[in-house]
Design a protein around this ligand. Structure first.
Ligand code: PHE
Length: 498
């Protein structure tokens, strides 16, 4: 540990029969802890020295005691604050600060001051012209290392007043041991074949094993909380028989993000204030042509029993590339595929969990990108009841049993419902998602059979993650300010599967 210090200690013991480690610390002008550390390494080499533990009690000043030595006792300070003409008690207390009350009662009992009640309000006056600050003088003695000369009664009183404290120090009295030497031989850490073969093992000294030593934590990768929660959501969908949609395209055309979803081209969400448009490449050109014609028709003149929006639908608007604003763009692509697959329509359950982008004002709970969790079911004759029932089952698997639904509006669903759940921890209802039954204006142009309904819902991944991990600011979860320790030390995520 301190090679020269260990040898200095041993050399000292060559001539001295006994020595206290505290004295060694003074002698070598070293920290006592360092001497004790060296003693430990000497002891690891065998019985070179004997060490007997001794405890020393000593009297020392507390912080408050030191303040008294520096400025005077509380009672002397109060006395000094009393002017010849007297002072109201309340004013004296204010002027005296935190220790004025103790000082006042001590000064009263010493007979240094008095309360003159012949005037109103009563005044505190000096009773004697001079005082001797005995407490301060006595504590000064302690500061000079002459504490043992203080009478026991004073010591007890000062301890009670928390001006003095007893400190105990542990040290060791050292003497030469049976294996005494003035130098330390290096201890062997490995038993080798050679040592066994040449018999040296018998004479060598081996370092003792430290079975309490902690192993070095292995460096490894860590999953971000969002990924842990995503795994749980994925598990729930898989348990419910859903299959995952391919979401590996952050860049999407307006056509699939909006037009296919019967979202009119003048809809405010299509504004650059809400959506990030992409400049390179600015446009998409490959669309299923006949489907595109049907989308154009249903927007501009209607069809399938709908009047449409009655506006001039423009291809240029649908061609504009953007960062997808919701994963429902992926659901639209999948439903189109489902409608046009070989062998005709078959019921399907899809899910996705991936990133979406919105040109939002950033605040504690909003970033320009976040993750959406989306579930979609397509089957013959599905109703709003099926949607509600599925949502209860889905959320039950997340450990949430109390749900409420509020009518909402989405261009692509009718009816639409916001999903609220009761959060017992936060003791309130919070919005957790959005849902609905996809409109015929969206599904029929895709070619889905008329008796097929599609129910769907979406929620953010960030919100449940923040609740689960007790994170209040989204910037502590995502982005450059994230504390990597939070990621490293964050617990695994287990949602209470029911
Ligand atoms: N796309 C919706 C959103 O971004 C969520 C949603 C998905 C709503 C499916 C209804 C159906 O909030």
């Amino acid at each position: 540990m301190h090679p020269d210090l260990t040898e200095r200690i041993l050399q000292h013991l060559e001539t001295a029969d006994k020595v206290d480690t505290l004295d060694l610390a003074t002698l070598f002008a070293e920290d006592h802890q360092k001497i004790v550390g060296s003693l430990k390494s000497i002891q690891a080499h065998g019985e070179l020295v004997t060490a007997e533990t001794v405890t020393h009690k000593s009297l020392g000043l507390t912080d408050e005691g030191r303040a008294v030595v520096e400025h005077g006792s509380h009672e002397a300070l109060v006395y000094a604050l009393v002017p010849p003409e007297g002072i109201a008690q309340a004013a004296l207390m204010t002027a005296g600060g935190a220790n004025a009350k103790v000082g006042f009662s001590k000064a009263m009992s010493h007979g240094w001051i008095l309360v003159d009640k012949s005037v109103t309000p009563p005044l505190v006056r000096r009773k004697v012209d001079t005082i001797t600050d005995v407490v301060r003088n006595q504590l000064q003695q302690v500061a000079l290392g002459k504490g043992d000369q203080l009478p026991a009664k004073e010591v007890a009183d000062f301890k009670k007043r928390k001006l003095l404290q007893e400190t105990t120090t542990k040290s060791f009295v050292l003497a030469r041991g049976p294996e005494f030497a003035t130098t330390l031989t290096k201890l062997e850490t490995d038993l080798t074949v050679e040592m066994l073969a040449n018999g040296l093992w018998d004479q060598l000294k081996f370092k003792a094993y430290n079975f309490d030593a902690l192993g070095a934590p292995p460096t490894r990768g860590h999953l971000h909380p969002l990924l842990k929660v995503r795994t749980e959501f994925r598990q729930i969908f898989l348990e419910m028989g859903f299959s995952e949609m391919p979401t590996n395209n952050y860049v999407e055309s307006s056509f699939w993000n909006f037009d296919a979803l019967y979202q009119p081209q003048q809809h405010p969400a299509r504004d650059a204030h809400d959506t990030f448009f992409v400049n390179h490449p600015a446009r998409s050109h490959k669309f299923p042509q006949d489907y595109l014609e049907r989308v154009k028709k249903v927007h501009s003149v209607g069809g399938y029993g709908s009047k449409g929006y009655g506006y001039d639908w423009k291809l240029e608007e649908a061609q504009k590339n953007l960062l997808r604003t919701h994963t429902t763009a992926v659901s639209a692509r999948m439903l189109y595929k489902l409608a046009n697959q070989e062998g005709g329509f078959k019921a399907a359950k899809y899910f996705s969990i991936d990133k979406v982008f919105r040109n939002e004002t950033l605040d504690a709970t909003h970033l320009a990108e976040f993750h959406q969790v989306e579930g979609v079911i397509a089957d013959v004759g599905l109703t709003l009841g099926d949607l509600i029932g599925t949502l209860y089952e889905f959320f039950r698997k997340l450990g949430i049993t109390q749900l409420e639904f509020k009518p909402a509006y989405n261009p692509y669903t009718e009816p639409s419902m916001e999903i609220f759940c009761y959060h017992p921890g936060l003791a309130k209802w919070i919005e957790v998602g959005n849902s609905g039954v996809f409109r015929p204006e969206m599904l029929l142009p895709m070619g889905l059979p008329e008796n097929v309904n599609v129910i769907a819902w979406g929620l953010s991944l960030e919100r449940p993650t923040m609740i689960k991990y007790g994170i209040n600011n989204i910037r502590d979860l995502v982005g450059p300010k994230v504390d990597l320790k939070m990621v490293e030390e964050g617990p695994i995520c287990r949602l209470d599967h029911v």
